[in-house]
Design a protein around this ligand. Sequence first.
Ligand SMILES: [Zn+2]
Length: 112
Amino acid sequence: MYNVDAPLACTHEFMLIAKAYAPPSLRPIPEGIAPELLERILLGVTTYLFECQTCHAHRHEMIVGSDRDTLEELMERTLQFGPQHVKNAQGEIFVVSKYLPPVKNPLELPMR
Ligand SMILES: [Zn+2]
């Protein structure tokens, strides 16, 4: 619905109302594809939808790739698939896993 009280020339106060991430395609890449399309296929695309708070006009913006950082993704993978192993350039391996506080043995609890 459009706001009938909004001035004709709205100055637009856009607010983010939706965000969607399309992950990279796993299908074989077609030959002779345009470079900007290749980028989107390899990295995925994040789309943002904005709505003007006054006149409810919509605007969308797109970025190549995900706007989520690597650590955030790593933590999510840990919840989904268990501990994740990460190797640095020196070949050292790190394990990232969810921290579970140690459970006290109920027999060791002090008597009341
Ligand atoms: Zn507006």
